[in-house]
Every structure is written in structure tokens, then in C-alpha cells.
Design a binder for this molecule. Structure first.
Ligand code: 13P
Length: 251
């Protein structure tokens, strides 16, 4: 067993409007009260102001799903770090595969966002993960290594304690196909070695690496039982109290 806390996060993606979000946040605040792990909910931008007061004073952090690479200015349609902080956001998910593959975000852009978020005191969940074609070509480790190295380029060791890595194999996201605990655990161990090379063994021991991709109540415990899997980034199953609660309270 590591000394790392388990960190279980719900990425609500582009779901819900305010009434449903308030209801779900309230229900989860109640259900996770007393839970022993670290928790986060990341609603859409338009729902953050609704969810913020509900999570305030609870054991659930408030997150956002993306952020602009600039502090402010003429960037139509973007949302800035200052705007997120103004609403009480503590954590931002960056480099999600849906941002990488549906909206063309590349490593250099993601790295700019990572550094900006850290400079403003936010916690960052940096998502990495290979496509099915990359896995089949035997390149899963190389892709994850490249995304990790590029995503963290220029990040100071002192800031690494505010970085969480989320390994989300793209082929497992929203497909119902979960990586086996063995396959996921192997990538987690590999990424931890990459962190050790970049920042030293102590930093690698401390960094939290979440798994994401069709995490459900019936597979969460087996995944998180793996030494290097320190939590979950949950999409679909985070949208219902009945499915998120057992994942969050596992163990
Ligand atoms: P699903 O849990 O719906 O597969 O989504 C995973 C994910 O992308 C979380 O960020």
C-alpha cells in the first residue's frame, strides 16, 4: 500500500442544466460526507456558479473541465483562469482526450494551460492516454510518456504536488470497455517511472495517478487495488448518485 490518498473525481462533461446539477451536487455532498478519500466534481462552466455554494465547506473540491491558455483578453468563447478562480474553482482538468482529439488541442497548448493554472495556484489534473490504434501498434507507453513529458515541460518540482495525472486510454472512454486492472496498472507504473526520471523518486512516490475510462461501481475496486492506481476520473458513472457513490466510497 502506498501512502497516497485515493482521489476520485467526477467529470460531468457537457451534461445537465442548473436544476439537475444542483440536485446532483446536493445529493453527492450528502452521500460522500465522511468519505475517506479525496473528491472532486467538475461541472460545465455554466453550472459552476450553481454548484460552488453547494460544495463549499464539504469534502468535495470544485473543478472545471478546461481553461484558456491566456489570463484574459480577446479570446472569444474561452474561459480564463481568473474567471474560474473568481467562482471558487480549485482544480482544472487539462488535456482531456476529448479536447485533444475532438478539438485539436496539442501538447504545447496543454502545457501552456498547465503552467498558467499552476502559476495561479490551481491544482491540475493532466489527462494522458493512447488511442486504440496506438495501443495496437505497441505505442501506448511511448504516447503516454510523450504526453506526460510535454504536458509538464517547464513545471517546477515545487509545483508538482499540485499536479495529478489521469491515465485515460481513449478506447476505454464512454465505450464500456475498461482497461484491465493489469493493463492500466502497467501504464500507471510506467508513468510513475517517467515522473521519477523527471522529478526524482520522492515526487514519483507522491504523485497521484488516476485511471479513467468506463469506471463503474463493479470495476472500480479492482482497478484501485493496483499499487499505482490512486483513484479514478469518472465520466458517465459520475452523473448519478447511485453509481458515483459506491465508486467514491470504495474500500
Ligand atoms: P467514462 O467514465 O464515461 O468512460 O468517461 C471517462 C472520462 O473521460 C473521464 O474524464
Amino acid at each position: 500500500m502506498s501512502n497516497r490518498p485515493y482521489y476520485i473525481a467526477g467529470n460531468w462533461k457537457m451534461h445537465m442544466t442548473r436544476a439537475g446539477a444542483a440536485e446532483l451536487a446536493k445529493a453527492l455532498a450528502g452521500a460522500l460526507k465522511g468519505g475517506r478519500h479525496k473528491y472532486l466534481l467538475a461541472p460545465s462552466f455554466t453550472l459552476i456558479e450553481t454548484v460552488a455554494p453547494i460544495l463549499k465547506g464539504t469534502n468535495i473540491r470544485l473543478g472545471a473541465q478546461n481553461m484558456a491558455p491566456e489570463e484574459q483578453g480577446a479570446h472569444t468563447g474561452e474561459v480564463s483562469v481568473l474567471q474560474l478562480k473568481d467562482l471558487g474553482v480549485e482544480t482544472v482538468i487539462l488535456g482531456h482526450s476529448e479536447r485533444r482529439h475532438s478539438y485539436g488541442e496539442e501538447d504545447a497548448l496543454i502545457n501552456k494551460k498547465v503552467k498558467l493554472a499552476l502559476a495561479h495556484g490551481l491544482e491540475v489534473i493532466l489527462c494522458i492516454g493512447e488511442l486504440l490504434s496506438e495501443r495496437e501498434a505497441g505505442r501506448a507507453e511511448a504516447v503516454c510518456e510523450a504526453q506526460t513529458v510535454a504536458g509538464l515541460a517547464g513545471v517546477a518540482a515545487a509545483d508538482l504536488d499540485r499536479v495529478v495525472i489521469a491515465y485515460e486510454p481513449v478506447w476505454a472512454i464512454g465505450t464500456g470497455k475498461t482497461a484491465t486492472p493489469e493493463d492500466a496498472g502497467a501504464i500507471h507504473a510506467f508513468v510513475r517511472k517517467v515522473i521519477a526520471r523527471l522529478y526524482g523518486g520522492d515526487a514519483a512516490d507522491r504523485i497521484i495517478i488516476q485511471y479513467g475510462g468506463s469506471v463503474k461501481p463493479d470495476n472500480a475496486a479492482a482497478l484501485m487495488a493496483k499499487e499505482d492506481i490512486d483513484g479514478a476520473l469518472v465520466g458517465g458513472a459520475s452523473l448519478k448518485v447511485d453509481t458515483f457513490t459506491p465508486i467514491a466510497l470504495f474500500g
